[in-house]
Design a protein around this ligand. Sequence first.
Ligand code: MN
Length: 228
Amino acid sequence: MGFIFPAQDQPVVEIAGGGDRFPVHRIYCVGQNYARHVAEMGGDVKLSSPVFFSKPADAVVPGGGAIKYPTATSNLHHEVELVVGLAKGGIDIEASRALNHVFGYAVGVDLTRRDLQGLAKKGGKPWDTAKGFDNSAPIGALVPVGECGHRASGKIQLSVNGQRRQEGQLQDMIWPVAEIISALSALFELKPGDLIFTGTPEGVGALKRGDNIEAAIEGLAGLSFSII
Ligand code: MN
């Protein structure tokens, strides 16, 4: 049996050093994972579990490049984040074993229609249109754990047109990677190919057409893209 129209291409992420690519299954995201970012958004830092939302797998923009300013917003924001790529899935994964499921790490940017997110928050509505739009997940090459080790500390930063906008430390994450994987796996069966955006430090802000963005995390391949 064939398909009634051609199946979509498999979304992929590049792997540092070239060669094989990482097929993306789902994109999960953590919100409110750095206290000073929660504060700048006017939120409550004392959460009993991580805040999760998701983006469609085909929102990835592997390697960055030129990204069109999205429709339906006049306040597109950048959020630089550590991204975890899973090589192994599971349900109810214990935090103490969760890092064994990691393939590698990458730098990603959770592009956000902040105006729509503000309306959603105010109205108690879902975040999908604010977070899960086309091309909302530019991501650099995944560096395998064997090369970069587990990224529990180190600087995370983002510059726009050469000016530093965001700078934080991975060790300031409220929910570390192992606890994020464990909590997610209690809600969803995780699969190889899942990506997890782990939240952003403070300094989020607006992007406009013509901006050049550089995102970096110590020990990982950098990510650059422009908004056109
Ligand atoms: Mn985010």
